[in-house]
Design a protein around this ligand. Sequence first.
Ligand code: SAM
Length: 347
Amino acid sequence: MKRPMVAYTPSDLFGRPLRSLRVSVTDRCNLRCSYCMPEEEYVWLPREELLTFEEITQLAEIFTDLGVDKVRLTGGEPLLRKDLPVLAGMLSKNPRLKDLALTTNGTLLAEQAQALREAGVHRITVSLDTLRPERFKASTRRDSHARVLQGIEAARVAGCRGLKIDSMVMRGANEDELGDLIEFGKRAGAEVRFIEYMDVGGATQWSMSKVFPRAEILQVLSRRYGCIEPVVEDNSSPAERFLLPDGTLFGIIASTTRPFCHRCDRSRLTADGMWYLCLYAQTGANLRKPLRGGASQDEIQALIVSAWQRRNDRGAEERRMLGSRSALVGIEQLRKDPHLEMHTRGG
Ligand code: SAM
């Protein structure tokens, strides 16, 4: 099919454009973080339903023809998907894609950083909540802290621009490490971003009392560093950025206490081709079915445009408006529909 010269970008009911796509390449993960995958057993997506690299590339092209110019590979743990650099290479051939990024827990990054960089991954974000191996082991139920540090170092050596470290901050778990994580980020050549604990699907142990909010993060860091200046930026990034007196930048993703739904241009494709317009959405559109059923690119595009034009999701803002909050989805419902899990939907 001949591709249009100029991408047509649909807007949703709040005028938000369709710009960024998170592609979860697997629902599997090799860590069991208490805030994401606390259970002993999970229901996994059927293997035969996982999109092939060709199918992901085809869908990505349909999205980029609609104005998407940022794709982030995520999961589950994306590096568990065999030959991920091959997929990255296929995606990066798309001239409309300005930014191909990866979010990983870093455990398998040391082996793959160079290949990912060569395949065209522009930016890598490694999730790391603690610098203490014992704490890491307790909160992830796996003993791979050293491997994550090696992964971060390998990404630096491979010359990854835009290396970031995302740290989920939970009260009573790691709020005493904020400054140390920033110092580690400086040494590793990575910008650190602190994420508030979110009540997304799968966070079955969530409670407001465990959220360590943006305001307290700033207080703690001001005590250590002095005056912290906000950086004024006009973009759709989930992180607000701040400047320390020594010029170091860091970010805060305050999805729980200061949601940014009004500028959210993200949607999410699961490894089996379900498309979600919000991290909190209860339902999504099945793009695998029309793709495998022989629908044309135009037909799939029409489906995407019509769904986006009807989008009025602002899940995090709606959650914040609730008087009292507890876990979003119960365990029984998660077992019936694993698409409701954060690790399936791609964080
Ligand atoms: N496995 C990859 C990783 O660890 O980066 C990608 C998937 S993981 C779901 C993506 C991000 O979501 C991680 O940074 C993780 O800390 C974050 N996350 C998971 N559950 C969360 C929650 N309940 N609240 C806030 N962030 C969460």
